[in-house]
Design a protein around this ligand. Structure first.
Ligand SMILES: [Zn+2]
Length: 197
């Protein structure tokens, strides 16, 4: 007997369904408005790496800190009031192409950090942590780095193009429990899925 496969109408229309949004309740409340967006966009076009912290308030940003990175990257330590870190990946078409195992490992270990924004040529990706990170938090930074490095290497071996790598990377990050938001350079605001304190 033949089994018929039912396809949901919303899938047939080509909409992307994120099952994570059902599992994880994230309130989208950290908003980077047009003014601050210009600042981040400007930094993201510089040949040097910049990074820092973002402190949100209900209606936008209360304050940010900005540091210029050295040869080993940028200091991403988060003070308690701040909800998110950010850093630039200079000269990348997609900020995720420059994602490093350290970016993920440091974010996981920084307990007060809810999300990190990575921005390149005005295109932003926000990697928000979820309660699934609790298990990973128990590992040390070096062991997390080793874990992600192995995954990244496997993905790049399996991929024939940047696009394929990025698709596999996003799927992999979601299966690790991260929530991924991409915001194209032409958007007016950047919304960061975090809880504003
Ligand atoms: Zn990075």
């Amino acid at each position: 007997m033949k089994k018929s496969i039912r396809v949901h109408s919303y899938l047939r229309k080509g909409h992307v369904v994120s099952h994570h949004s059902k599992v994880v309740n994230i309130k989208r409340r950290g908003v980077i408005g047009p003014g601050y967006k210009k600042v981040f966009t400007y930094l993201s076009w510089q040949p040097d790496e910049y990074g820092g912290q973002i402190d949100f308030e209900k209606n936008g940003i209360e304050r940010i800190t900005v540091n210029k990175g050295g040869p080993t990257g940028v200091d991403k330590v988060l003070d308690e009031d701040y909800e998110s870190t950010f850093h630039t990946h200079p000269e990348m078409d997609d900020p995720l192409l420059g994602l490093s195992p350290t970016d993920l490992a440091e974010s996981i270990k920084q307990k007060t950090e809810q999300a990190q924004m990575i921005i390149s040529r005005g295109n932003a990706v926000i990697i928000t942590k979820t309660p699934k990170m609790k298990l990973l938090e128990k590992q040390s930074i070096p062991s997390l780095e080793k874990h992600f490095l192995k995954e990244f290497n496997n993905l790049s071996k399996q991929s024939k193009s940047d696009k394929e790598y990025l698709d596999k990377l996003k799927t992999g990050l979601r299966s690790e429990g991260f929530h991924i938001t991409e915001v194209a350079a032409n958007k007016e605001n950047i919304e960061i899925p975090i809880e504003v304190k």
